[in-house]
Ligand binder design. Structure first.
Ligand code: NAP
Length: 515
């Protein structure tokens, strides 16, 4: 039995508390253990500060970009092994495993490229020079400089590779050493990636640490220049936000939490159009991919009343084509949930929805003797405002059709009932409707994805988080923001206004922030 180790203060560390079992969610066999405890969190912070921070700060963006390129290459060289491990420890069919691991490599590569493009500079400019005085002789501009702190990353179980590396890519490029803490159920994959990174020697000493299990009193040792970036449930987000030391010292905290994402089919879309076909295929993908354990997955499907019957039938038949079973079998498209706790939560959530809605397919019943499997489940709500659909995130292969009047105004009102989302996908071929819905729902959603006939062939689905666009959402979704090209570095940098003679300001390195 493998006992996984944290990597702290330059050493591999086995915890001291009782072992926590790591389980293959397909077979329910124990495949490893971790132990919390025995890590001196004050020393972890000091090590990152004293070793990693000066080493990274001494490098330009271009040099840090080169480091990310090496990290991406090291992970890529173990890709097949990592895909197999993902299947075993997270229950992901190979396609879902690629989504996570290739997503990690792709995001690292994107930030490596952006860093290398900035080149031999240590800070970047945000916006243009603006005249402040009577003439442009007295002007101002904003610069972004690396903060003199460390980055603590608390990650969710559902994307052990991508979630860890998208955060690490931004922090390391900005010059912040990282302390990564993966979600426990799938931490085997994160721990292996950590081993690969350490073995590659790509990062300077102190730039990378990984803590398995509890982070203990880590937050109590952070100070003003540090940052905590969290991904997970809104309950844990609230605990972290409320940590007394983080509040007292105004440590930056970025939260990525729950989200009841919506797909909106507007009334102008013909059921024979490419847009309609794309809508069906994307919604079905969101229900089945990663067994619905995707923060960007569609949970609420807004459908004009006239199309509810057609959409339900098409979705039910599309979902029936996704075979559920052992993810190591290439024919299977839907694997198990990641843990017994997840299975319990999802079954509870399905029961809540089933009490108020009609079950079109699936349900909470067992579908295999072993493994944490749940059938793709589709509900139809009696009306678009059915409260339970807007209150409860079921983090599994579950979504609900909400019949509505097909108008922009009604769609916007329903989207807002989710209290803040990561992504809203709109399906329309009408530019005026698209403009109007962007105006009304943007305050409630971090990303708006517009599907239409003209982009159908080239689309990347709305559930996919791309490094060039920001990821995060208001309200319930945590209120945080990650990625978005060089914007993603902002959390680890200080924006400072510089005022003075325009000639001097012009001599400051003019690399613009936005991609
Ligand atoms: P979770 O239970 O909140 O755990 C998230 C992370 O926080 C894990 O690493 C967990 O460690 C850690 N944690 C738990 N309590 C903590 C505490 N008191 N102090 C410090 N760390 C603590 O969430 P999850 O079950 O892993 O993930 C599922 C949820 O994440 C869903 O609600 C989903 O919507 C959300 N999610 C959001 C996004 C996004 O980008 N917005 C992305 C993915 C997932 P342990 O595992 O060791 O408990």
């Amino acid at each position: 039995m493998q006992t996984l180790k944290s990597y702290v203060c330059g050493n591999w560390h086995e915890g001291t508390e009782s072992p926590i079992s790591l389980v293959n969610p397909t077979t329910e066999a124990v495949i490893g253990t971790i132990k919390s405890g025995g890590v001196d969190m004050k020393a972890v912070v000091a090590y990152a500060r004293q070793k990693g921070l000066p080493a990274l700060r001494a490098l330009s963006f271009g040099a840090r970009g080169e480091l990310l390129k090496q990290v991406a290459a090291a992970i890529h060289s173990h890709r097949d092994e990592l895909l197999e491990l993902s299947i075993r420890c997270a229950g992901t069919p190979r396609g879902d495993a690629k989504f996570d691991i290739d997503g990690a490599i792709g995001t690292l590569t994107a930030y490596a490229t952006w860093g290398i493009a900035i080149g031999d500079r240590h800070w970047i400019c945000d916006g243009d020079i603006e005249t402040l005085g009577r003439s442009s002789r007295f002007s101002g501009r904003h610069v972004l400089v690396s903060r003199q702190g460390i980055a603590v990353h608390i990650n969710a179980f559902n994307f052990p590779a991508w979630n860890m590396m998208e955060k690490a890519a931004c922090a390391l490029l900005a010059g912040a050493p990282v302390v990564e803490k993966p979600g426990t159920p799938t931490c085997m994959l994160a721990a292996r990636i950590s081993e690969i990174i350490v073995a590659s020697g790509a990062l300077p000493e102190g730039a990378w640490q990984l803590i398995l299990g509890s982070v203990g009193d880590l937050f109590d040792h952070l100070t003003e220049q540090d940052g905590v970036a969290f991904t997970g449930s809104s309950g844990t987000a609230a605990v972290i936000r409320g940590n007394a030391n983080l509040v007292r010292r105004n440590v930056r905290v970025n939260l990525e939490a729950d989200s009841l994402n919506t797909a909106v089919l507007l009334g102008d879309v013909d059921v024979e159009s490419p847009t309609f076909a794309m809508f069906i295929s994307n919604v079905a993908l969101d229900i089945t991919q990663k067994s619905g354990q995707k923060c960007t997955a569609t949970r609420r499907i807004l459908v004009p009343r006239a199309h509810v019957e057609a959409v339900t039938a098409r979705l039910v038949s599309t979902l029936a084509e996704s075979k559920i079973g052992d993810p190591s079998d290439a024919a299977m498209r839907v694997g198990p949930l990641a843990s017994a706790a997840q299975l319990r939560d999802v079954r509870t959530g399905i029961a809540k929805l089933a009490a108020e809605c009609v079950t079109a397919c699936g349900g909470a019943g067992p579908i295999a003797e072993k493994g944490y499997f749940v059938a793709p489940t589709l509900f139809v709500a009696p009306n678009a405002r059915t409260p339970v659909v807007h209150e409860h995130e079921v983090f599994g292969p579950v979504a609900t059709i909400l019949p509505f009047d097909g108008t922009v105004a009604e769609a916007a009102a329903i989207v807002a009932l989710g209290q803040g989302s990561l992504v809203t996908s709109i399906y329309t071929n009408d530019s005026a409707s698209a403009a109007s819905i962007v105006d009304s729902i943007a305050p409630w959603t971090g990303r708006i994805w517009i599907g239409s006939d003209r982009m159908a062939e080239q689309q990347l689905p709305p559930g996919m988080v791309l490094p060039a666009s920001i990821h995060g959402g208001p309200g319930r979704a945590g209120g945080g923001e990650e990625l978005g090209g060089l914007r993603g570095l902002g959390f680890y940098m200080q924006r400072t206004a510089v005022q003075g003679f325009k000639g001097i300001l012009e001599s400051l390195a003019p690399t613009p922030m936005a991609q």
